[in-house]
Design a protein around this ligand. Structure first.
Ligand code: HEM
Length: 468
C-alpha cells in the first residue's frame, strides 16, 4: 500500500463503477458480460493480486498489475511482448499503415519520424487552437436556452474533433465538418461491435457486424483526406504562403526520418492522419467528459478549478499549462478512475518469467489501467475521487508503473502531452464560464467499448456562470 500521510483523502464521493464480485461469473454469463461491458466481469481478486491467470475454453490470459512485472513487459523485455493479434485485427481496417498498428522496423522509422510532431515544445504551439475550440464550444453553450439539458459527452467529442481539425488541418477539413463528424461516430460505433468475435479468435472470413459499414466509412475518410493532402502539397509548393500553416499536416508532409532523411509515403501520411483522428478523438473526449462529470459532483473541486482558471486564464499564454496545476490534477484523477484505454494487451513472442510466474510462448498478457488504477495494493481508497493524489509531493510518490493512462515504454502514447494539454485548457475554460450540473434523472455508468465512455452519455444542465 502506498503511504502518503500528508495526502488528505477526502471522505465521500465514490463515482459510479461496478463493485467487483467475489467470483468471476460462469462461462455463459462471462461471455455475455465481455460482449456487453468487460469492466463488469473483473472479480475482487484482480484488484488485490499482483498477477492473476484467467482460463477460458478459447483463451488463456495473464493479468499483470505488479509495477515491476509491468516494467518487464513494457520496457525491460518489451521486444518479447508485441501488440497481440486481437488488437491488430480490430485496428486493421484503415489504420494498418499508421503508427498505432505497424510493428518492427516500420514502427521504428515511423516513431522516430513522428516524435517531433508531438514533442512538448511543438504541442505548446497548439495552445491557441485548443483555446479557440473551447471558445467555439462556449459560444454554442451560450446560445442554449437557460437551463437546457444536453449530452456533455457528445459535446466533448465535437470539441476534440474540432481541436484535431484545427491542429491537423488549420485551413479546414475541406468537406462538411458535420458529415466528417458523423462518419467518425459511425466508425467508432462499428469498431465497438467487432470486439467479441475477435476475442474468441474467429477467423477473418467470419463476417463481423458493422464491418461493411466500417469499410464504407474508411473509403469516405480516405477520399476526403487525399483531397486535403493534394491541396496542401500544391500550397506547400508555392512556399512563402505555406510558412503560415504550422499545423500537423505540414509537419507530417515535411517530416523526414532522422536516420535516412526519407519522407513518408502518401499511404503513411494518410494512415497517420486517420490514426491521430481515431486515437486522439474519443480518448481525449472521454477524459474531458469524465473530468467535467467528476467536478460536477464535487463542489469543492469545481470551486478550486474555477478559482485557478480565474487567476490564470487571463495571464500570459506562455507557461499557462504549467500554472493550471489543480485543473491538471483533476484531469489526471479522472484518467485514473476512468482511463480512456481501460486495457492494454500483448502477446509473448518467447517464453519468459515475470513476477515469479512462467509464461509460455504466445501467452496473452493483459495490463488493465482500469484495474491497476484501483488496485488495493497500490492506492489508498482507490475508488474515491481525490485529485490531491496528483498535487505536489503526493504525485511524486506514485510509483511509475502504478498509473498508466498512456501506457509506457516504446509504444507509449505519442499524443499524451497533446491530450493532457487539451483536456486541461478546455476544462479550465468551461468551468470558468459555466455552471454545469448533472441532470436529476441521469444514470451515469462506465462502459468499455474500445474506449471507456459514459454508457448513457452525460445529460447535464448548462448555465452561463451566475454572478454569485
Ligand atoms: C486522454 C487521451 C489519450 C489516452 C488516454 C491515450 C492512451 C493511449 C495508450 C494507453 C496508448 C498505448 C497503447 C498500447 O501500449 O497498447 C496509446 C498509443 C497511441 N496514442 Fe494515445 N491516448 C490519448 C490521446 C492521444 C492523442 C491526442 C493522439 C494523437 C493525436 C494519440 C495517438 C496515439 C498513437 C499514434 C499511439 C500509438 C503509439 C505507438 O504505438 O507508437 N493518443 N494511447
Amino acid at each position: 500500500m502506498l503511504s502518503c500521510p500528508e495526502v488528505e483523502v477526502r471522505a465521500g464521493f465514490r463515482p459510479p463503477a461496478p463493485v467487483p464480485q467475489a467470483r468471476m461469473p460462469g462461462l455463459i454469463r462471462l461471455l455475455a458480460t465481455l460482449g456487453r461491458n468487460p469492466l463488469e466481469c473483473w472479480s475482487a481478486e484482480f484488484f488485490e493480486r499482483p498477477i492473476a491467470r484467467v482460463k477460458l475454453p478459447f483463451l488463456e490470459a495473464v493479468l499483470v498489475h505488479d509495477p515491476d512485472a509491468i516494467r518487464r513487459v513494457l520496457i525491460d523485455n518489451a521486444a518479447n511482448y508485441r501488440k497481440d493479434p486481437i488488437q491488430r485485427r480490430i485496428l486493421a481496417v484503415g489504420l494498418a499503415d499508421g503508427l498505432l498498428s505497424v510493428e518492427g522496423a516500420r514502427w521504428d522509422v515511423q516513431r522516430r519520424t513522428l516524435a517531433p510532431l508531438f514533442a512538448r515544445r511543438t504541442v505548446s504551439c497548439f495552445t491557441d487552437a485548443m483555446l479557440k475550440a473551447a471558445d467555439a464550444l462556449g459560444e454554442r453553450w451560450q446560445r442554449l436556452n437557460p437551463g437546457r439539458i444536453i449530452d456533455v459527452a457528445a459535446e466533448c467529442t465535437w470539441l476534440t474533433l474540432n481541436v484535431l481539425a484545427l491542429t491537423i488541418f488549420s485551413d479546414g477539413i475541406g468537406s462538411d465538418f458535420d458529415a466528417f463528424r458523423g462518419a467518425m461516430n459511425d466508425y467508432f460505433g462499428a469498431i465497438g461491435r467487432i470486439g467479441l468475435l475477435d476475442l474468441m479468435g474467429a477467423p477473418d472470413f467470419v463476417p463481423r457486424p458493422g464491418r461493411k459499414r466500417l469499410r464504407d466509412t474508411m473509403t469516405y475518410f480516405e477520399e476526403v483526406i487525399d483531397e486535403i493532402i493534394a491541396a496542401r502539397r500544391r500550397r506547400l509548393d508555392r512556399s512563402a504562403e505555406a510558412e503560415a500553416l504550422d499545423d500537423l499536416l505540414t509537419l507530417l508532409l515535411r517530416a523526414l526520418d532522422p536516420a535516412t532523411g526519407r519522407p513518408m509515403s502518401l499511404a503513411e501520411v494518410r494512415a497517420n492522419i486517420l490514426t491521430f483522428l481515431s486515437a486522439g478523438h474519443e480518448t481525449t473526449a472521454n477524459a474531458l467528459a469524465w473530468s467535467i462529470y467528476l467536478l460536477s459532483q464535487s463542489p469543492h473541486w469545481y470551486a478550486r478549478v474555477r478559482a485557478e482558471a480565474d487567476a490564470e486564464l487571463s495571464g500570459d499564454r506562455k507557461g499557462l499549462l504549467e500554472r493550471l496545476v489543480v485543473t491538471r490534477a483533476a484531469v489526471e484523477e479522472a484518467l485514473r478512475l476512468y482511463p480512456s484505454i481501460a486495457a492494454l494487451s500483448r502477446s509473448a513472442e518467447c517464453a519468459d518469467t515475470i513476477g515469479g510466474i512462467s509464461l509460455d510462448k504466445g501467452t496473452l498478457i493483459v495490463i488493465a489501467p482500469y484495474i491497476l488504477h484501483r488496485h488495493r495494493r497500490l492506492w489508498a481508497q482507490p475508488d474515491l475521487f481525490d485529485p490531491t493524489r496528483f498535487l505536489g509531493s503526493a504525485k511524486a510518490k506514485i510509483p511509475r508503473f502504478a498509473y498508466l493512462p498512456f501506457g509506457a515504454g516504446p509504444r507509449t502514447c505519442i499524443g499524451s502531452s497533446f491530450a493532457l494539454q487539451e483536456a486541461t485548457l478546455v476544462l479550465a475554460k468551461l468551468v470558468q464560464q459555466f455552471d454545469i450540473a448533472l441532470a436529476p434523472d441521469a444514470k451515469v455508468w462506465p462502459l468499455q467499448k474500445i474506449t471507456l465512455r459514459p454508457a448513457n452519455g452525460l445529460p447535464m444542465r448548462i448555465e452561463a456562470r451566475s454572478t454569485s
